[in-house]
Ligand binder design. Structure first.
Ligand SMILES: [Zn+2]
Length: 105
């Protein structure tokens, strides 16, 4: 796994080098296992912005009731167990009214 991370950082460095003919010296470094990857200022700036902007695809906001950050695909909170938001309430109402087809009974 170290090699995957180190290679991704090297490729990121290379991609940004294209835009900076005189990129300047390394201002930080990252140790990945035994490897040390030097990072120049434009790379640190871009990497920091990318990390701060990243939103996990599983991030569906916070629960209306407890503020917990873990809502499932049905917008049910993993912390308090209540459906959150309009979508959560609609899904919960639909589920409560759902009657399975006779062939499944
Ligand atoms: Zn909650």
């Amino acid at each position: 796994m170290d090699d995957v991370v180190a290679e991704a950082l090297r490729q990121f460095n290379a991609r940004l080098d294209v835009f900076d003919p005189a990129p300047g010296p390394a201002v930080a470094s990252v140790r990945v296992g035994e490897q040390v990857i030097a990072l120049r200022a434009p790379v640190v700036k871009a990497l920091t912005e990318a990390l701060l902007r990243y939103q996990d695809p599983r991030d569906r906001g916070v629960c209306d009731h407890c503020g917990g950050p873990r809502l499932d695909d049905n917008f049910v909170c993993a912390d308090c167990g209540r459906p959150s938001g309009v979508f959560g309430r609609l899904l919960a109402e639909r589920v409560s009214r759902y009657e399975p087809p006779a062939e499944l009974s």
